[in-house]
Ligand binder design. Structure first.
Ligand SMILES: Cc1cc2nc3c(=O)[nH]c(=O)nc-3n(C[C@H](O)[C@H](O)[C@H](O)COP(=O)(O)OP(=O)(O)OC[C@H]3O[C@@H](n4cnc5c(N)ncnc54)[C@H](O)[C@@H]3O)c2cc1C
Length: 170
């Protein structure tokens, strides 16, 4: 993305639909964008006026949480509060047909019975989670090199969750 931004990038030759660097791959066409400043990145992303100002303000708020070690908006764990400070800054686009979010990074924490827990890690009666709603599946990143890990979590823990709900309902 940075080479493209600086004008030194050369598109590699490849067959149509072939994956790899610069290729679309079978799933989605990803466009990478880079800029030395957040304001420049906002402009390249097509944001202007209030939208561009809010984009930069959001990142500054996030950096403040990282410095304080407390995420006041979403309560993310301090270990995953990585600031976005030193450029160049990157953004990427995904094909909206395929959805913008692949998995939840975070989510509601459960015990071993898929029962959601409260702030003191005590089970909340009758509230059960599986799949994307279930927390602690992916901590700092989504590990795509392991095929099907998210779907497998959703299927296996979905079944376990169903068993727990049946038990709860008697
Ligand atoms: C483009 C893309 C590629 C992916 N590739 C992979 C991959 O290769 N390997 C992998 O393991 N994972 C992959 N994933 C992730 C995986 O698909 C998800 O983690 C998984 O589907 C989550 O399952 P889920 O049952 O929790 O949620 P979902 O599959 O999202 O199911 C939630 C369901 O709830 C329904 N719903 C929502 N709101 C309501 C409501 N109010 N009332 C009734 N129904 C409602 C929705 O319509 C949906 O059917 C990919 C995801 C995307 C988007």
């Amino acid at each position: 993305a940075y080479a493209k931004f600086k004008g030194t990038y050369e598109e590699p030759e490849q067959e149509e639909g072939q994956g790899g660097p610069g290729g679309g791959g079978p799933m989605t066409q990803v466009e990478w964008i880079a800029d030395d400043t957040l304001e420049g990145l906002a402009g390249q992303m097509g944001l202007s006026g209030d939208a561009a100002t809010e984009f930069v303000a959001q990142i500054e708020r996030w950096n403040g949480y990282c410095e304080a070690g407390v995420d006041e908006e979403f309560g993310r764990a301090a270990e995953v509060l990585f600031p976005v400070k030193d450029g160049p800054f990157y953004a990427c686009t995904f094909d909206p047909v395929l959805g913008e979010t692949m998995v939840t990074m975070g989510g509601i924490i459960t015990d071993g019975e898929q029962n959601a827990v409260d702030a003191n890690y005590e089970p909340i009666p009758g509230l059960y989670m599986a799949g994307n709603d279930c927390g602690r599946r992916f901590g700092t990143e989504y590990v795509t090199p392991i095929p099907g890990c998210s779907l497998a979590f959703a299927l296996v823990l979905g079944r376990e969750c169903g068993k727990s709900v049946a038990k709860f309902l008697g």
